[in-house]
Design a protein around this ligand. Structure first.
Ligand code: HEC
Length: 159
């Protein structure tokens, strides 16, 4: 493979990992719809939380860093990040649902989309760090992912 082909391939792979996100809000059509959409939205974030747990423990030194485990969770977080836009599209703010999501998600979808992209990038970066098997790079990259979780929560999630 020549150099140009190789670099085009690399760019294609990189783009698929950081596919630009665009949340286009759609109002829930009924209370039932809003409840279901809220369950799906929270499911994505629960899965993100369950994959972040072991990484946080490694970053804090509570358990030893294991590059293979890091790669697994980072890959899942990356894939989940690509689903956030679809599962947060439905605007449930007009209905009385049990949620910590702020209405700002659907009023400022551009900002929300940017916060999604930050997680996609940070998790791709962690996948790379895991492959390098460099413990300090891995810990730093876990911190980078955590920052993007917290950053979005600061803007779009109730305390
Ligand atoms: C783009 C914004 C955004 C990003 C990025 C984000 N979150 Fe969240 N998260 C939210 C919102 C909004 C909610 C509230 C959802 C609801 O209650 O409907 C939430 C809820 C949660 C919950 C509670 C889920 C529940 O209902 O039980 C957990 C756990 C969570 N996030 C973990 C994470 C972790 C870990 C990351 C990073 C790996 C992350 N989130 C990244 C916006 C984000």
């Amino acid at each position: 493979m020549n150099v140009l082909k190789k670099s085009i391939l690399a760019i294609t792979v990189a783009t698929s990992l950081v596919a630009a996100t665009a949340v286009v809000a759609q109002p829930a059509s009924s209370e039932k719809h809003a409840v279901y959409a809220t369950e799906l939205r929270q499911s994505i974030f629960k899965l993100l939380g369950s994959n972040m747990g072991p990484l946080g423990a490694m970053a804090k030194g509570k358990v030893p860093v294991d590059a293979k485990t890091v790669e697994k969770h980072a890959t899942r977080i990356n894939q989940l990040s690509l689903m956030i836009a679809d599962y947060t599209r439905t605007d449930t703010s007009k209905f009385d649902v049990k949620t910590e999501a702020l209405g700002k998600i659907w009023q400022d979808p551009e900002h929300f989309s940017k916060d999604i992209d930050k997680l996609t990038l940070a998790s791709a970066n962690l996948m790379t760090a895991a492959k390098s098997n460099d413990e300090s790079a891995i810990k730093k990259a876990i911190g980078g992912v955590g920052k993007t979780c917290g950053g979005c929560h600061d803007h779009f999630k109730k305390d």
